[in-house]
Design a protein around this ligand. Structure first.
Ligand code: NAD
Length: 161
């Protein structure tokens, strides 16, 4: 049974992905810091549903906590990592820029390093269409230039692409 580490497992996409992986027969280790960027009760409800699966394990941790992330890698030895935990939102980056640096840059770096040191075979992460920023050509293409982000959210996503 393949082991998948899903970060942001209590989030919108992380929850649905974890649910699907469990149904497909994977073992899922979820990490989330359950922050209050939006209603925490929604995150707890999602976790409650996931915890009903015997192959789901949850660790409450922040990605920027390197020690905690390293511990998860050594304890569970995931073969696949899906990094979905991030500080999202374009407008909120004006209010709380630090959250973007911590989660999207420092946190993601800890995931990259954990994956490297523990020889993870497959790493998937989520970018954002906001990286296309001031581009005027539509529809966006992965071949477009992404050198003109217009928010810190986009800039942190672009940096880690
Ligand atoms: N939903 C969208 O439309 C969309 C579009 C483009 C990209 N994305 C990207 O997809 C990913 C998932 O998005 P979502 O909509 O599920 O977001 P979400 O906010 O619902 O889920 C993110 C989860 O990560 C957790 N989290 C945030 N920072 C963390 C940290 N430092 N450590 C541990 N946990 C942390 C949050 O508590 C939350 O539960 C993100 O990377 C986002 O940037 C989403």
């Amino acid at each position: 049974m393949k082991k998948v580490l899903v970060t942001g497992a209590a989030g919108f996409i992380g929850f649905h992905l974890s649910n699907r992986l469990l149904k497909e027969g994977f073992k899922v280790i979820g990490i989330d810091n359950l922050n209050d960027y939006y209603d925490v009760n929604l995150k707890y409800s999602r976790l409650g549903l996931l915890k009903g699966h015997e192959n789901f394990t949850f660790e409450k941790a922040s990605l920027e906590d390197k020690e905690a992330v390293d511990l998860v890698f050594s304890k569970y030895k995931p073969e696949i990592v899906v990094n979905l935990a991030a500080q999202a939102g374009v407008r909120y980056s004006l209010e709380n820029p630090q959250a973007y640096i911590e989660s999207n840059i420092v946190g993601f770096t800890n995931i990259l390093e954990g994956s490297r040191h523990h020889k993870v075979g497959h790493l998937i992460y989520a970018s954002s269409s906001s990286v296309y920023g001031a581009n005027t050509s539509l529809p966006f293409s992965v071949h477009d230039n992404v050198d003109h982000p217009i928010s810190l959210y986009a800039a942190t996503k672009k940096l880690m692409n």
